[in-house]
Ligand binder design. Structure first.
Ligand code: SF4
Length: 200
């Protein structure tokens, strides 16, 4: 190969330059590989958490802006003769003609609304459906720090009806086993004094 004006063969100069570049791109490649691994790992975790959530049949809470000044207190309990169910949401919000039930909690919002909170809200959605003849598209759980919109989906409605049927069976059963292991629930339970299975 012909030497250049500095007396260095062109090919050797090119190779030296290339090798120099190689030592610079090595760490970058490792960083890129790590970024890719983290990105793919994040996607997998997100997919898995979504799948787990779907398996529970419960919709995910959607954080919304809540203009509580426009909310109307629900003055009287709602009642369903068909499901023999009654209850009173804290508020009923008008959203383009749809009545949206709101349940207010005094605690801050957990990472994902508790199953019991979601099912209580679903019961209010069912009552609104019965009372006004139109199912609300969603309900709202207003926690101390933020409000979560919960879609009133067909699977959620079906899960609620199954639960109501189970509860009705339990009403006439001779013995019903304890369904939780949470002493805090017993501490604030209205049946605590009479309950022989209380945990606190
Ligand atoms: S006191 Fe009895 S009824 Fe109340 S939450 Fe505890 S176990 Fe259930």
């Amino acid at each position: 190969m012909s030497p250049n004006k500095f007396g260095t063969p062109v090919r050797s100069a090119y190779l030296r330059e290339y090798r120099g570049r190689d030592t610079v791109t090595g760490p970058r490649l490792i960083l890129l590989a790590w970024a890719l691994i983290l990105f793919v790992g994040g996607l997998l975790v997100l997919r898995r958490s979504r799948r787990l959530h779907q398996q529970t049949g419960l919709p995910q809470g959607r954080v919304i802006y809540a203009d509580t000044g426009a909310w109307n207190r629900c003055e009287k309990p709602l009642f369903s003769r068909r499901y023999l169910l009654t209850g009173r949401p804290d508020y009923l919000v008008d959203d383009g003609g749809a009545k949206i039930p709101v349940e207010v909690k005094s605690t801050s919002c957990p990472p994902s609304p508790y199953r019991s909170h979601v099912l209580q809200l679903a019961a209010y959605c069912l009552l609104v459906e019965e009372e006004y003849g139109q199912p609300p598209p969603y309900g709202i759980i207003k926690y101390q720090d933020q409000a979560c919109a919960i879609e009133y989906t067909a699977p959620l409605r079906a899960e609620l009806l199954t639960l109501l049927a189970e509860m009705r069976q339990h009403l006439t059963a001779a013995d019903v086993g304890l369904s939780h292991a949470n002493p805090n629930r017993c501490r604030s339970c209205g049946y605590r004094e009479e309950c022989e299975e209380r945990l606190a």
